[in-house]
Design a protein around this ligand. Structure first.
Ligand SMILES: [Zn+2]
Length: 193
């Protein structure tokens, strides 16, 4: 009888734990910011200042020749904390884009279940190293002088961001992050500064 009671109690506890996890999916909005436009997810047809996915960047700049925008730019302030939207593993960190102030911003790739996210235009050093496991809501980086989070998503296995030359078809492995961001804005926890 003693053994049987213990087994039953153990079963009950594990069933409760599974139930609690299912009801509270750990999802977070990726930036801790008080920017008034924090949840603006620019998308076609009313693309705000070319911040949406697929926007055609008309002006050729030294490090940014004419191309389509592979991510969605989220409003933030320089210095805001960037957090993991869900559990994952850090998969890449390297120079990405120079801000107008001259500061070099970085790409931080996190492999999540079923996709890879580029938390782009963050400062060095990141708060995680490549290969580190990260948990949902963990602080992973800081927004750079570009004062935005350039958020991209890719198919699993992608370890570098991909560029999308003007007029070319959408590159293989690139996923439009707009639906995921809309879902995060609805269901994800927003952490305030
Ligand atoms: Zn961008």
């Amino acid at each position: 009888m003693q053994t049987r009671r213990t087994m039953l109690a153990g079963f009950a506890v594990s069933a409760l734990a599974v139930s609690a996890r299912a009801e509270t999916p750990a999802l977070y909005w990726p930036v801790i910011t008080n920017h008034p436009d924090w949840n603006v997810i620019s998308a076609q047809p009313s693309c705000v200042r070319l911040r949406c996915f697929g926007a055609s960047r008309p002006v050729s700049r030294l490090e940014n020749p004419s191309r389509h925008h592979v991510g969605v730019d989220l409003f933030a302030h320089a210095g805001d904390a960037v957090i993991a939207i869900e559990d994952g593993v850090a998969a890449g960190f390297y120079p990405f884009l120079r801000a107008r102030t001259g500061e070099m911003s970085y790409a931080l790739l996190i492999a999540h279940a079923g996709y890879v996210a580029n938390y782009g235009e963050v400062r060095a050093p990141a708060r995680v190293s490549v290969g580190d496991a990260v948990t949902a809501g963990q602080r992973i980086a800081i927004v750079s002088d570009t004062a935005q989070l350039h958020f991209e998503t890719y198919a699993p296995g992608v370890a570098r961001n991909r560029s999308w030359p003007h007029g070319a078809p959408q590159p293989a492995g690139v996923i439009d992050p707009t639906p995921r961001l809309r879902d995060l804005a609805q269901r994800g926890a927003r952490v305030l500064p």
